[in-house]
Design a protein around this ligand. Structure first.
Ligand code: PFF
Length: 454
């Protein structure tokens, strides 16, 4: 059956539309905000290389698994697990995905809100003067500590996300992703070139791209794999849900390949912008600076304030950052929305509004944890939520997806689904090995290491 016959749930207009939407989900704060922070926290280049390997061997593997399960069942994660293994506990994995989606949205939305605030700052010329690292640090700290501004910006993101999700697949998610993703891409390349031509860029590049293998350890590996999942939107059913609107004619393998490629490219380019710019500031010493949640928000204004035409590019950059962020928040909300629509027969609109309100409530402590309320700041609520929902929630989700596909649904059945739209799957043997052994074993070992560390 072609998806057009099942259009009541919604469907993508074409394979390209799907790739843009999936890349839109993947490319977001994870690439531009979290990736450089993770590189900074985990020893620089060694993290970069470990993460690339994690994307190729594990991220791609699990993404394809999500695509196969999603398109085969045409359902949200709870419905999908239940359709393949009815009456079993597997549907709990689907519930985990739904909960993680809301959990991430609640603090991701706060940071996305910072992007809204910075967009307005860019428009009003706040980054026009030649800013030092310390100026931009002060701007960031004052901004995130102001509860009123933070809540207004957070609400703007949630309202926009709810609005677009209510419009459905083609008229909502697809329409937005298709035009704005390519624009983001062009801008990021431009900014990378500018950052590379800043005086002293070499110091930053060395930190970023020259690996120190002695820094490799279990923690680096864990965060590199978890970052791959987060950045690719893999492990919480987002790709499963997006693939549930996909046609049997489309090639799942090449789609997954393109999404992984674009996502990794944007992350690498974001690092090329951040590190050379960061280290042009003589106050910053590689190995001594502490990467934190403010890294991106402090570096960009600095580079923009120093470049010719920085005002225009600043406005454009933050506009496009907003778009990248929005195409990701859409997919975070789409997972629980699809669940309520498919399983509980809610209307899209009602589901999106109720879930948006829920994300707002759960996000309150995160919104107040950057100076707004001392206790939340002390607890480091945002970093804790990041750890629980991203590092643990998505990693466990990815483990369950691989085990489910390999040992409950069966590789043979999955390969049959993958063969629609792709008669010759060249990397079949490698994928089978990775989904059956590599991904589950690596993830279990990592979870054991990390539980012992924390
Ligand atoms: N991949 C997104 C990013 O890199 O910003 C974050 C994300 C979106 C994770 C959607 C999970 C998800 F379902």
């Amino acid at each position: 059956m072609d998806y057009h016959e099942d259009s009541a749930r919604g469907a993508w207009g074409s394979k390209i539309a799907f790739i843009f939407a999936a890349a839109g989900s993947a490319i977001g704060l994870g690439n531009i905000w979290r990736y450089p922070m993770m590189v900074g926290l985990n020893g620089g280049a060694i993290f970069v290389f470990t993460n690339i390997l994690a994307v190729i061997f594990i991220g791609f593997t699990v993404m394809l698994a999500e695509f196969a399960i999603g398109r085969h069942t045409r359902k949200n994660p709870v419905g999908a697990y239940n359709a393949i293994k009815p009456g079993t506990h597997w549907k709990l994995s689907g519930y985990l995905n739904v909960a993680v989606g809301i959990g991430i949205l609640s603090f991701y939305g706060v940071i996305a809100g910072w992007a809204v605030g910075y967009f307005f700052k860019a428009i009003t010329g706040a980054f026009r003067r030649d800013l030092s690292w310390f100026d931009s640090e002060a701007i960031f700290k004052n901004f995130t500590a102001d509860p009123l501004v933070v809540f207004v910006c957070f609400s703007v993101i949630l309202v926009l996300t709810v609005f677009i999700i209510s419009k459905g697949i083609k008229g909502g998610i697809e329409k937005w992703s298709k035009i704005l993703m390519p624009a983001l891409f062009i801008l990021i390349i431009f900014l990378a070139i500018r950052a590379l031509t800043l005086p002293g860029a070499g110091r930053g590049l060395a930190f970023y791209l020259n690996p120190d293998f002695s820094k490799f350890n279990g923690t680096v590996l864990f965060f590199a794999v978890a970052q791959a999942f987060f950045s690719l939107s893999v492990g919480n059913g987002a790709m499963m849900t997006y693939a549930s609107y996909l046609s049997k004619k489309d090639n799942l393998v090449s789609s997954a390949g393109w999404v992984c490629f674009f996502d990794t490219l944007v992350a690498i380019l974001a690092g090329i912008i951040i590190f050379p710019t960061l280290f042009t500031s003589p106050e910053i010493v590689p190995g001594e600076f502490v990467a934190d949640t403010g890294l991106m928000f402090q570096v960009f204004p600095m580079v923009l304030s120093k470049m010719p035409g920085g005002y225009v590019f600043g406005v454009m950059f933050f506009t496009l950052l907003l778009v990248a962020v929005l195409t990701s928040t859409l997919s975070l909300l789409e997972v629980p929305t699809a669940f309520l629509v498919d399983e509980k027969k809610w209307t899209r609109r009602k589901a999106a509004i109720v879930l948006g309100a829920l994300a707002f409530i759960i996000g309150i402590p995160a919104a107040l944890s950057n100076g707004g309320v001392k206790l939340f700041t002390k607890w480091g609520v945002m970093i804790k939520m990041d750890f629980i929902f991203i590092s643990l929630g998505m990693t466990i989700g990815a483990l369950l997806i691989s085990v489910f596909l390999a040992y409950a649904w069966g590789v043979k059945n999955a390969l049959k689904e993958i063969s629609f739209g792709n008669s010759r799957f060249k990397l079949k043997a490698l994928w089978i090995f990775n989904i059956k052994y590599l991904a589950p074993v690596v993830i279990v070992i990592l979870l054991i290491i990390i539980i012992n560390i924390f």
